[in-house]
Design a protein. Structure first.
Length: 203
């Protein structure tokens, strides 16, 4: 057999093997997605899918808030605390627009005498614009805590310090809603609810 024929056979075999490997990888990825739909690659996440996944979490948070605000001990000042980007506001998919499922919870809290507070890693110099953005989206804003000027603290620490600060003002944080693990780490809330971030892709 000529060297040219041998080379052609090796090339054909290699292409076939590569095709099998790629097919197997695709099947494994599809299986992983089916088992954990909130871990899918951002390439497959549309606005509609994201809103559906957000609604799933909101459907857990809303009854908790309702039960908690139905039985508030005398002298207690209940509140909910919300992350902003891709939690209260649809920053990635529709900048400036509210996330309707979360807005509904905020409005329920307001009408049942609970404060609506916000904690964000946005810079302190964005305070006034952030308040305006939230109010334009329909949110009541009873408190806004941002990253202090010159702070080198990470997101989890900043958010935790915000919650501690709210507690020192007399608020009981009945629910904490955010889309990143750092929004919920460190305690200082009665119950946390995590919205999807798709393995950190959605900020």
């Amino acid at each position: 057999m000529s060297a040219r024929r041998k080379s052609t056979r090796r090339t054909t075999t290699g292409v076939a093997l590569l095709g099998c490997l790629l097919a197997g990888s695709a099947q494994e990825a599809q299986a992983a997605t089916a088992q954990n739909p909130l871990s899918r690659s951002h390439r497959g996440v549309s606005k509609e899918t994201w809103l559906k996944d957000v609604q799933t979490v909101a459907d857990e948070a809303r009854p908790w808030v309702e039960r908690r605000l139905a039985d508030v001990p005398p002298g207690q000042h209940p509140a909910i605390v919300l992350d902003i980007d891709n939690t209260a506001l649809a920053t990635h998919f529709d900048p400036g627009a509210p996330v309707e499922a979360i807005l509904a919870i905020a409005r329920y809290a307001e009408t049942h005498h609970a404060a609506v507070l916000f904690a964000s890693y946005r810079h302190q110099d964005a305070h006034d614009k952030t308040v305006a953005d939230l109010k334009n989206a329909g949110y009541p804003v009873d408190g806004l805590c941002l990253r202090p000027d010159g702070s080198s603290a990470g997101k989890a620490e900043v958010k935790r310090n915000c919650r501690i600060g709210y507690e020192k003002k007399g608020f009981t944080l009945t629910a904490n809603i955010g889309n990143r693990d750092t929004d919920l780490q460190g305690g200082h809330d009665e119950k946390g609810f995590k919205l999807p971030d798709y393995d950190g892709w959605l900020s």
